[in-house]
Design a protein around this ligand. Structure first.
Ligand SMILES: Cc1cc2nc3c(=O)[nH]c(=O)nc-3n(C[C@H](O)[C@H](O)[C@H](O)COP(=O)(O)OP(=O)(O)OC[C@H]3O[C@@H](n4cnc5c(N)ncnc54)[C@H](O)[C@@H]3O)c2cc1C
Length: 324
C-alpha cells in the first residue's frame, strides 16, 4: 500500500531553492496528520552534501540521485529517475514546486505514472487520507478545491512563497540514502550544452520576497532605477511596460508572465488589469501607488497611495531608509 509523502527538491547550480524547504515543511505537517513519513528526493551532481539540510525542516529521509547527467534539469532524465523511485517506493503523495521546472516535471511524471495531478496550489489539507488541494482559478478571482480518487501517488505542485516555512531545527536530522536507478544514455533525448544567464534580477521573481513593479505610469525605462531602491527589492513590470521595451519579458508579472507570491508587492503606475492581477494576487501584502483613485488595483491592495509615483516613491524610499 502506498505510504508517505515525498517532495521533489529543487537545486540550481548545486544551490537548494527555498521552495524545497517550503515543501518539506508542508509535507511534515500533512505527514504528522497521517502518521506517516516525509522523504525528500534530491537530484543533482555532487549534491549529497546538501542533503542533511532537509532534516532541519522535518524530513525523515533524503534519497539522493547523484549523477553528472543530473547536474542540470532536463525533463527526460529527471522524469526517468523519479518515476523509477516512485514505482519502487510507492509514495502516497508527491509534492513539487510550481516553478518552471516543477510544472514541467510534474506533468510528465504524472503521465509516466498514469496518475492525476493538480498544478499551482496555494494550500493543502487531507480528507479520508486523500490530498485536497486549493488553487486559484479565473485569474485569481476564485479558488477551486481539487481532490484525488484513491489513486497514488497523488501529485501536486505548490506556488513558491505561499506555504509556511518551518523554523529550521538543528537538533533534527534525516537519514540520507543513495537512490537506486538506471539511466540509459540512449533514451536521453536532451542535453544541456550551455546556460546563459538572463540579464534580469539576481533573485528570481517567482522566489522574491519583495517585489516593486512598474507599469505604464513609469513613463520610460530610465525611471525603473528608483524602484528597487525602496526596499532592496526585485523589480517586476506590467505587460505594457514590457511591450514598450522598457523591461525584459522575464520581468513580466501576470497571466502571460510570471506568477509571484512575495511577502510584499508594490505596484507603481499599474492600473490592475485582470491579467496583471492573475500573476500577483496571492502576494501577502499589496501596496498600490497610482494617481488615479479609481484604478482597479486599489480594490486588490492592502494599502493604497493616491499620488504621483515620482513624488511618492522617493518620499517612501527616504522614510524607509530612516526606519532601517
Ligand atoms: C491575453 C492577455 C494577456 C495579458 N497578460 C498580461 C500579463 O501577463 N501581465 C500584465 O501586466 N498585463 C497583461 N495583459 C495586459 C493587461 O490587460 C493590461 O493592458 C496591462 O496590465 C496594463 O498595464 P499597466 O497597468 O502598466 O498600464 P495601464 O493600464 O495603462 O495603467 C497605467 C496606470 O498608471 C497610472 N499612472 C500614470 N502615471 C502615473 C504617475 N505619474 N504616478 C502614479 N500612477 C500613474 C495610471 O493612472 C494607470 O492606472 C494581458 C492582456 C491580454 C489580452
Amino acid at each position: 500500500m502506498a505510504q508517505g509523502i515525498w517532495i521533489v527538491a529543487e537545486q540550481r547550480e548545486g544551490e537548494l531553492r527555498k521552495i524545497s524547504f517550503e515543501l518539506t515543511s508542508e509535507a511534515r505537517r500533512l505527514a504528522d496528520q497521517m502518521g506517516q513519513s516525509v522523504t525528500v528526493i534530491l537530484l543533482g551532481s555532487n549534491i549529497k552534501g546538501k542533503a542533511p539540510e532537509f532534516g532541519k525542516y522535518g524530513a525523515d529521509k533524503v534519497i539522493v540521485a547523484d549523477d553528472t547527467r543530473l547536474a542540470t534539469y532536463t525533463t527526460d532524465a529527471y522524469v526517468s529517475v523519479i518515476a523509477q523511485l516512485a514505482q519502487s517506493g510507492e509514495p502516497a503523495i508527491i509534492l513539487l514546486g510550481a516553478s518552471v521546472q516543477g510544472k514541467d516535471l510534474s506533468g510528465r511524471l504524472a503521465a509516466r505514472l498514469g496518475v492525476g495531478m493538480v498544478q499551482d496550489c496555494v494550500a493543502f489539507s487531507l480528507e479520508d487520507g486523500n490530498l485536497v488541494a486549493k488553487r486559484p482559478i479565473y485569474a485569481g478571482k476564485a479558488y477551486a478545491t481539487a481532490t484525488f480518487k484513491d489513486s497514488s501517488p497523488q501529485i501536486a505542485t505548490a506556488r513558491p512563497n505561499v506555504l509556511e516555512l518551518n523554523e529550521p531545527d538543528g537538533s533534527k536530522s534525516a537519514e540520507v540514502v543513495d537512490a537506486e536507478f538506471s539511466l540509459d544514455d540512449s533514451q536521453l533525448k536532451t542535453k544541456v550544452v550551455e546556460i546563459i544567464q538572463g540579464e534580469g534580477a539576481k533573485v528570481d521573481l517567482t522566489e522574491a520576497e519583495r517585489i516593486v513593479s512598474g507599469g505604464r505610469g513609469m513613463k520610460g525605462p530610465e525611471n525603473y532605477t528608483i524602484l528597487a531602491d525602496i526596499i532592496d527589492a526585485t523589480v517586476g513590470a506590467s505587460r505594457s511596460a514590457v511591450d514598450s521595451g522598457w523591461r525584459p519579458h522575464s520581468d513580466q508579472v501576470g497571466q502571460t508572465g510570471k506568477v509571484v507570491s512575495p511577502n510584499l508587492y508594490i505596484a507603481c503606475g499599474i492600473s490592475g488589469a485582470i491579467q496583471h492581477l492573475a500573476g500577483m494576487s496571492t502576494s501577502k501584502y499589496i501596496v498600490a501607488i497610482n494617481k488615479d483613485p479609481e484604478a482597479p488595483i486599489f480594490q486588490k491592495a492592502d494599502y493604497g497611495i493616491v499620488g504621483d509615483l515620482f513624488e511618492v516613491v522617493p518620499a517612501l524610499t527616504e522614510e524607509i531608509k530612516k526606519i532601517l
